[in-house]
Design a protein around this ligand. Structure first.
Ligand SMILES: Cc1ncc(COP(=O)(O)O)c(C=O)c1O
Length: 363
């Protein structure tokens, strides 16, 4: 039998989660965010499953081209815009919509438009406003002039406005309210579709829904909030990362387990070895005590995570045997819980599953 390490991608759950977005924001259109290889689930796979989305959001033209070369025809928004002027013509040809978030991008677009041939494709543009995230976007006071300059570019087909929420993952944080008020003020009078909400906004801040919502992490069944799990919001986990026990050893009291010998057996006990490690994307910093499911029952990680293996405490599973299934996150074990044990977030764990893991689709 080959190595059992596998990521199962539940496409039905992906579609269910998009359905949740639509229930929560019934008046908004959806830009499904599938950048970073569909948050680690496979960008093309995610796009094909999310056919009910109105548009897709990606981080780069390369990601958009991958979608196009796999037959995805929906509009695609380049959330970081282009990185060099030569990308404008390709983006136009591919019906990609371009975020303009910085004066250098505006100037690049103006230059391109001056020299472009009359056959160049016209493009939809998203003017991004910094309302408090202080990462990408124009400062509010120069938005009117940027708006005018964009409108004066003949290649600009349609204008949209957007901002990004910095603290929507905390449903009580006042910054979201301030960002919303500022966005309303700056965009008042601009005739353009608006987009504000990421998953945190969709779930926690209905007033941010606007014309387009931009869900990412919630599509994959994971909560954007600091506590709880996707299931609390009727989201279903999409990725289940699993493997199997490859050895079960009876270790004597005081045996130190794994590299560094940080975890020491408090008594004579059964220790299971699972074929998964940081070489597969399981977090190296997961602490002893991190839950895993062995045969569907909770067990605990013990000792340091190795590249290809982890060890688990089998004291409560005396009948476990080599070949028994182990789930490290997904069905029955929220990735959020594992992430907290590794001082990280579910987003990171999902994105980090490595190429040697076999991906299997479940419908
Ligand atoms: C501009 C933009 N919109 C939406 C999203 C989706 O965010 P989330 O995954 O928190 O829903 C992201 C993700 O980082 C983003 O950068």
């Amino acid at each position: 039998m080959s190595r059992a390490t596998q990521a199962t991608v539940n496409l039905k759950a992906l579609r269910h989660n998009l359905g949740r977005v639509k229930q929560l924001a019934p008046k908004s259109k959806t830009i499904a965010v599938i950048k970073a290889d569909g948050y680690g689930h496979g960008i093309v796979r995610a796009a094909k499953a999310l056919e009910e989305a109105d548009k897709f959001g990606v981080a780069s033209l390369d990601e958009a081209l991958e979608l196009r070369s796999n037959g995805i025809r929906k509009p695609i928004v380049l959330l970081e815009g282009v990185f060099e002027a030569s990308e404008f013509s390709k983006a136009g040809l591919q019906n990609a919509e371009i975020v303009i978030h910085h004066i250098s991008q505006l100037e690049m677009l103006e230059d391109y438009a001056r020299t472009a041939s009359s056959a160049a494709s016209r493009m939809s543009v998203w003017l991004k406003i910094d309302t408090g995230m202080h990462r990408l976007g124009f400062p509010p006071d120069i938005v009117p002039i940027v708006w005018q300059r964009l409108q004066a570019i003949p290649l600009v087909k349609e204008m949209n406005v957007m901002t990004h929420l910095a603290n929507a993952d905390d449903p009580k944080d006042i910054v979201t309210k301030m960002q919303l008020q500022l966005f309303d003020k700056v965009t008042r009078g601009l005739q353009a579709p608006r987009s504000i909400a990421n998953s945190g906004g969709i779930l926690g801040w209905p007033e941010t829904h606007a014309d387009y919502v931009r869900p990412g992490i919630m599509l994959y069944g994971v909560t954007p909030f600091n506590s709880g799990a996707g299931l609390d919001h009727d989201l279903q986990p999409v990725m289940t990362l699993s493997s199997a026990l490859i050895a079960i050893n009876y270790q004597k009291k005081n045996s130190a387990i794994g590299y560094g010998g940080e975890w020491v057996c408090p008594e004579d006990m059964l220790v299971g070895v699972v074929a998964i490690g940081y070489g597969d994307g399981y977090p190296r910093h997961a602490k002893s005590g991190t839950p895993v499911l062995v045969n569907g029952k909770r067990a605990r990680l013990i000792g340091r995570v190795s590249m290809d293996m982890i060890c688990v405490d089998l004291r409560e599973q005396p009948d476990a045997k080599a070949g028994d299934p182990v789930i490290v996150w997904g069905d029955g074990l929220p990735v959020e819980e594992v992430a907290r044990c590794a001082d990280t977030i579910g987003y990171e764990l999902l994105c980090h599953v490595t190429q040697r893991v076999k991906f299997v689709e479940k419908n």
